[in-house]
Ligand binder design. Sequence first.
Ligand code: GTP
Length: 296
Amino acid sequence: MEKEYRSGFVAIMGSPNVGKSTLMNALIGTKVAIVTEKAQTTRNKVVGILTTEEYQIVFLDTPGLHTPKTKLGEFMVKTAYDAQRDVDLTMMVLDAKMGIRERDEEIIRRLNGPEFLAVINKADIARGERIQELQERLTALGVPQSAVYVISAKEKTGLRELQEAILPFLLPGPQFYPEDMVTDRPERFIAAELIREKALLNLRDEIPHGVGVEIERVEELENITNVAAVIYCERDSHKGIIIGKRGAMLKKIGSEARADLEMLFGTKVFLELWVKVKEDWRNSQFMLKELGYREE
Ligand SMILES: Nc1nc2c(ncn2[C@@H]2O[C@H](COP(=O)(O)OP(=O)(O)OP(=O)(O)O)[C@@H](O)[C@H]2O)c(=O)[nH]1
């Protein structure tokens, strides 16, 4: 008898910067979520999809949980807990080096149960005793040993075991998305995220969280895709920094983004980038909507 097709939804939770996006990209083998060394990089719920002949796993990569200070922050936290509610499995990602913070404990207590796995990430940069200490803390919090996995999303170790651990949580069911689809986010959204990633990677610490990217136009011609985008920032002084001396910074952001956009669209890309100042845009409902941080 043929085996029944199985599918399910898996939420990837955890504090900012623990490596959730890196893990999801590694599991599905494509870059659908942006990664930077700065906390709170992920703002939206991004779906990553892993399809094989036997099963389909749909991953929800949630914004890092933190105490919200702005409307955008509130939206991020709400999206994270909302994503968790209707899933078949929740994976809580922990940073082996940072350990379990008070806030993590609260989340673990809230989410621990039969459909819960704890994933200790960044094993490549933590000492063995440190990892053992974390495992013991998890046991003390009531998470069974069998639900704890030690991995390095960056070095891609422990991923096969983790993937196998997910399979029993999948239920007989349909393939929700076509097999060649790796995310349900529109190309425009990914394009904006790729540009934002390059801005975050290149800019100094004080600016990045005030940076939003809007794609104004995508024109797909036969051999080239024309993309026009605006980088929003909150102050005139920031605008100067983003543009850089004789436009050098903007040029660097643009050429790095273009390389990724060419992979996304599968064509050459002509990228036009503008920088605009919108004071306090993170507290403007209108701007949040404009930039795609809306509830579905
Ligand atoms: N050494 C090491 N670094 C890692 C590993 N996984 C992720 N990182 C790094 O940790 C940083 C944060 O990774 P992200 O994947 O953006 O983390 P995140 O949890 O999605 O972060 P938010 O979007 O802020 O919630 C990046 O600099 C990654 O390269 C790992 O296994 N080992």
